[in-house]
Design a protein around this ligand. Sequence first.
Ligand code: NAD
Length: 558
Amino acid sequence: MLRRSRSYEESVFLSPMSIHDQSKKSGLDMLRDPRYNKGTGFTREEREKYGLMGLLPDMVSTLEMQIQRIEGHIKSLPTDIEKYVYFSDLQERNESLFYRILMGNPEAYMPVVYTPTVGLACQTFGRIYRRPKGLFISARHRGKIADVLCNWPEEDVRWICVTDGERILGLGDLGAQGMGIPIGKLALYTACAGVPPQMTLPVVLDIGTNNEELLKDPFYIGLRERRLVGEEYESFIEEFVTAVEHIFPKCSIQWEDFANPNSGPILERYRNRISSFNDDIQGTAAVGVAGILAALRMKGESLAEQTFLFFGAGSAGTGIADLLCRVMQKDGIPLEEARKKCWLVDSKGLVVASREDLTETKRPFAHDAEPVGTLANAALFTKATALIGTSTIPKSFSFEVIEQMASNTDRPIIFPFSNPTSKSECSAEEAYTWTNGRAIFASGSPFQPVVLDGVTYYPGQGNNVYIFPGLCLAVYATMATTIPDQAFAVAARALAAMVSDEQFARGLIYPPMSNICAAAAVVANAVATFFFDEGLARVERPENIPAFLDGCAWKPEY
Ligand code: NAD
């Protein structure tokens, strides 16, 4: 039987249930429910009230003591994947403690719960799998997807992050094991911006895998069939979206790590029907553009003076190029002129007008020129001042390429954005060394600071996490009807504007990861303001938008 959801009038915001609403749960139920469990943090009064006496040792811990204990344990674990598994267990055991630890030191722990460790976690998901933390909707569930959604215990889901597992990071088709990505992403919605965790739902659409190794792996957790394609695939996605609209009518969707031939069409098909976005295209675009805008603030140059060379012309590369052109257009550069400043290189070489193998997304950037084969020659021919890598080809920013960039301009912008670290087009050390410290560098996966001739260079990380948590809080709080591309441009400008001169002096073009919650608040404020200004919000405009957003945000407290 399908569940009926509350209407907007009945409740715009359901405040997260407090522990006191849980009088019907048994003590043991509470200990086993990560949302209510405080472990030894339950006070003596709570232990008596909720039937917990005897179920816990005598000690009563403060949250701070628990944090110390857990952090001590995490430090003792030898590998990142063991730390990932430990965090995953903690999230299933005590949500508040999990988020307090993550928010307390995002710089140290985000790389463990998300990129780069999550890549390995997905590759080994079948082996480290413990308890389900989302919905696995498989091709077997065709015709019954609404029933599957009803099995989720929460009635008011506001954000679904969904993947079909076909292009997980730069690792390719990991099928149902891609589930690690929506789980990690949604954890960051909460950790960075305070999107209430009970209102988020990770989903993997398990429509099979074409990964031969996984199909043969006895521990593979997904459907052991080849992927649905064509009409069957499209009708599966259509059934999923229809079911979400019906079961969770206030829910927005983040499309995540779909393969290039599907990501763009799915986004375009549904973005005006249900509030939704694709982080690989739009989130990446925003963080890429923010990095470029901040780098230009650092150089004291304008967009009009630049030439951009994109290595890798898939979702991420063309997404950044498109948004960049939109921003240039807003700054008064005609669209055609803006596009002429952007050159793409794909696996066949420079994207030029004479090529007949180009997709619709590459066409706008195909200019009249002779074909050029290598990236170094493309850098020479275009005289690019900025090089953005989204190719998944490790080490493709060779000495020759970077040397060419350094002769094109005094301070070349070098962004190897491919993830995880093993796919990065170059390392921070290579970029700084080969340009004698002149590169303005940011990568997809983190690199350690580099010391060169006694000077320390701090590499930026162009991580989408600077954008999506704040944007998703803004959508949740305003109940925005749609998420136009302009919202991502607004987010990018807000992020670029918050980088301080002191941070520029250290070479940073993004705020340090330790400031990620402050960055999310700035982005949320800018995007929510945009939604109100554009009439896209479904709640009344508050007098004080930052205070309103803060009031909507979930806090990990006992
Ligand atoms: P995609 O599959 O859509 O695109 C990859 C592109 O690389 C394709 O166009 C492909 O033709 C091109 N390519 C493959 N081999 C090449 C070669 N030899 N030379 C030139 N180009 C080649 O994937 P995507 O979503 O665009 O993601 C690409 C990479 O960017 C991934 O590693 C992903 O993790 C990374 N990414 C980083 C961020 C970030 O740092 N913020 C965000 C999104 C994606």
